[in-house]
Design a protein around this ligand. Structure first.
Ligand code: SF4
Ligand code: SF4
Length: 184
């Protein structure tokens, strides 16, 4: 997906809270730090920043710290945090928006993986690992990294040679097109 929109010729709107409001509709300042989102997050034990931390840092304009956080990439987008929020704050959507922005600033490999994963979802409605590996390698330039593990994975049936799109893949593609139209 494309870079965040610019305002008045600058790459970002003036504040992170304004940027998130514009791209997600979420007012991060409305979060009252009750922690219910983090209490239900399956990744909370693995991440330095839990969803309520992300909301607090976003509300206090900690853009650089957030965009550099590994925690963004560990989020499963399961939306448990959003479902538990009594305040309609939607931390999952905020994390996704931050991840999207970080992908444009991240080291080449992280951005390449993010875009390659989205390619698979768009094409098949689910991750097709072999396609993901191939597109990631082409984008990142890491053509020979881990190449010796592929035959073993193929032999054990861990990597499928042919993708199996989900039944509703046309709906998934329609969602991608609608998102791109909105961002254009
Ligand atoms: S559940 Fe909602 S209001 Fe509570 S900390 Fe999380 S985002 Fe903020
Ligand atoms: S969407 Fe991400 S932050 Fe929210 S509960 Fe799931 S893993 Fe945790």
């Amino acid at each position: 997906m494309s870079a965040p929109p610019s305002e008045a010729g600058s790459h970002h709107p003036p504040t992170l809270t304004a940027h998130l409001r514009a791209t997600t509709g979420v007012n991060v300042a409305a979060c009252y730090q009750c922690g219910k989102c983090s209490a239900g997050c399956p990744m909370a034990v693995e991440t330095a920043l839990r969803p309520h931390d992300v909301m607090r840092l976003a509300a206090s304009e900690q853009r650089e710290r957030l965009l550099a956080a590994e925690s963004l990439w560990l989020c499963l987008t399961c939306e448990a945090c959003t479902a538990r929020c009594p305040n309609g704050c939607d931390p999952a959507r905020v994390i996704d928006a931050l991840r999207e922005e970080a992908a444009h600033q991240a080291p080449r490999a992280i951005g390449a993986f993010h875009r390659s994963f989205l390619d698979q979802i768009r094409a098949f409605g689910r991750s097709f690992e072999l396609g993901l590996v191939m597109t990631y390698k082409l984008r990142s330039g890491k053509l020979t990294q881990d190449v010796t593990t592929a035959p073993g994975l193929l032999g054990r049936g861990k990597l499928k040679l042919v993708p199996h799109p989900i039944a509703g893949v046309s709906d998934v593609r329609r969602i991608f097109r609608a998102c791109e139209k909105e961002e254009a």
